[in-house]
Design a protein around this ligand. Sequence first.
Ligand SMILES: NC(=O)C1=CN([C@@H]2O[C@H](COP(=O)(O)OP(=O)(O)OC[C@H]3O[C@@H](n4cnc5c(N)ncnc54)[C@H](OP(=O)(O)O)[C@@H]3O)[C@@H](O)[C@H]2O)C=CC1
Ligand SMILES: Cc1cn([C@H]2C[C@H](O)[C@@H](COP(=O)(O)OP(=O)(O)O[C@H]3O[C@@H](C)C(=O)[C@@H](O)[C@H]3O)O2)c(=O)[nH]c1=O
Ligand SMILES: [Mg+2]
Length: 282
Amino acid sequence: MILVFGRSGQVARELAALAPDARFLGRAEADLSDPAACAAQIMALRPAVVINTAAYTAVDKAEEEEARATVVNGEAPGAMARACAELGIPFLHISTDYVFDGQGDQPRGADDPVAPLNAYGRSKRAGEVAVAESGAGYAVLRTSWVFSAHGNNFVKTMLRLSETRDQLTVVGDQIGGPTPARAIAAALLSLAGQMQVGRPSRGIYHFAGQPATSWAEFAREIFHQAGRATEVSDIPASDYPTPAVRPLNSRLDCADLETDFGIKAPNWTQGLAEVLKDLKHG
Ligand SMILES: NC(=O)C1=CN([C@@H]2O[C@H](COP(=O)(O)OP(=O)(O)OC[C@H]3O[C@@H](n4cnc5c(N)ncnc54)[C@H](OP(=O)(O)O)[C@@H]3O)[C@@H](O)[C@H]2O)C=CC1
Ligand SMILES: Cc1cn([C@H]2C[C@H](O)[C@@H](COP(=O)(O)OP(=O)(O)O[C@H]3O[C@@H](C)C(=O)[C@@H](O)[C@H]3O)O2)c(=O)[nH]c1=O
Ligand SMILES: [Mg+2]
């Protein structure tokens, strides 16, 4: 049995569509504010593999709730991974481009130095470290800019804004990879299958939509594909002040996952077309 933490989030919902027989624990069954309770669920249910999709993902709010974010994103995955180590089963987890400081213009490799700029990034880094120290066989997929037909994401925000606006200013100097939640779910299931039969994992892997783009370009492609007339003009991030600082360079080098597991980074424009189709047909 595959045990998934998370039920209502973007990645959890795509996992549910691809793996209906997995067991999903929502916040009511497993609150990540209580890491020991999450570990206890694993010990009680004795799954073959655990996938954690639940996380504190409110980037700006985390600035004023860092302690809470750190329990959910740092301590809870650590406790889950230690339970997996005890049972001898693989643990799969998701992290973020926001562990990097965003300097330069080159894609980051999984072993490149991290230096998070914000509280969310620090809390997610704490999770990576705790999982690595757990003793479990694990894979952490670092991804970025996740979108889907469900939940909160940039695609849905842009479509909503375009209902009432014919002009938008969008940050044009943050560069990264928009990643379809469905592709992340498929990658996690492939990893789960391969790791259960003993294929070794190096630990952290990058998995993000290609090619790299800016939020402004992403917005333009959303409106182009959705047939919306809203015009997008680029602004620098410095003209869009937010509580949390975001990295400028979020490019991720995704070669290792293809080398080790045959899992190719997704093309985000195709993923966007699928999501817009899903949104249209309900
Ligand atoms: N979204 C993005 O752009 C990116 C996400 N990631 C990572 O990918 C993973 C999946 O993200 P995504 O699916 O987009 O996340 P979402 O924001 O869509 O969903 C997060 C889920 O976590 C749940 N959750 C939050 N706090 C708790 C808690 N204390 N106890 C139990 N459940 C909780 C939420 O439950 P509820 O609905 O009840 O609030 C929700 O179901 C996360 O690890 C995230 O950090 C990485 C890079 C980019
Ligand atoms: C709504 C809006 C946003 N923006 C900018 C702000 C920001 O730089 C960018 C994206 O805004 P968001 O609030 O969606 O971004 P954010 O919540 O920071 O998204 C991040 O979430 C976490 C969970 C991650 O792990 C990251 O990979 C990343 O996906 O767009 C505009 O420039 N104009 C606008 O009208
Ligand atoms: Mg989720």
